[in-house]
Design a protein around this ligand. Structure first.
Ligand SMILES: [Cu+2]
Length: 166
């Protein structure tokens, strides 16, 4: 029984996000990668700030947080970012998300009752200063996408990168 519960807890976030994920593309396979983008996250902007992709292309993003604050690299529609931001506010309120640190123990603890707090999605990474991460994404979508940091205040400060289809 205990084991089933654990399995359910780990599966739930993937199930919940599956429907909204399809419209933004899918997690890519490393063998399909045709483009590698090295990203630096500063306080509060990205380099590069414009990313060109072909429809259907699989891109590997190698991301490093060179800023002094926690930042997110999240591929989604503008609507999805706006919907995601209250979750991030909640993470700050619960002291999971601190200005320059993520309290991972607290995050795991909270995720047991509120899976949104687990923050595990294949279209995003949340990194502490000096942290590195990777996303492999297949852009098999015609939706208008943008990359954004939804740490409270950062999106408003302009921490958004454009995705342009070419
Ligand atoms: Cu940020």
């Amino acid at each position: 029984m205990f084991r089933i519960l654990i399995a359910l807890l780990t599966l739930t976030p993937a199930i919940c996000s599956a429907s909204s994920m399809k419209m933004i593309g899918v997690k890519g396979n490393i063998k399909d990668v045709t483009k590698v983008v090295t990203v630096k996250m500063f306080d509060n902007y990205y380099e590069p700030s414009v990313i060109k992709v072909k429809e259907g292309e699989t891109v590997r993003f190698i991301i490093k947080n060179v800023g002094e604050l926690v930042h997110e690299y999240n591929i989604a529609t503008k609507e999805m970012h706006l919907k995601h931001q209250p979750e991030m506010v909640k993470m700050v309120e619960n002291e999971i998300l601190l200005a320059d640190r993520i309290d991972k123990n607290k995050m795991m603890e909270m995720a047991k009752t509120d899976h949104a707090m687990a923050h595990k999605h294949s279209n995003s990474v949340l990194l502490e200063p000096n942290g590195t991460g990777e996303i492999i994404w297949k852009f098999n979508t015609s939706s208008k996408l943008e990359i954004a940091c939804n740490v409270p205040g950062h999106y408003e400060a302009g921490m958004v990168a454009k995705i342009i289809k070419h």
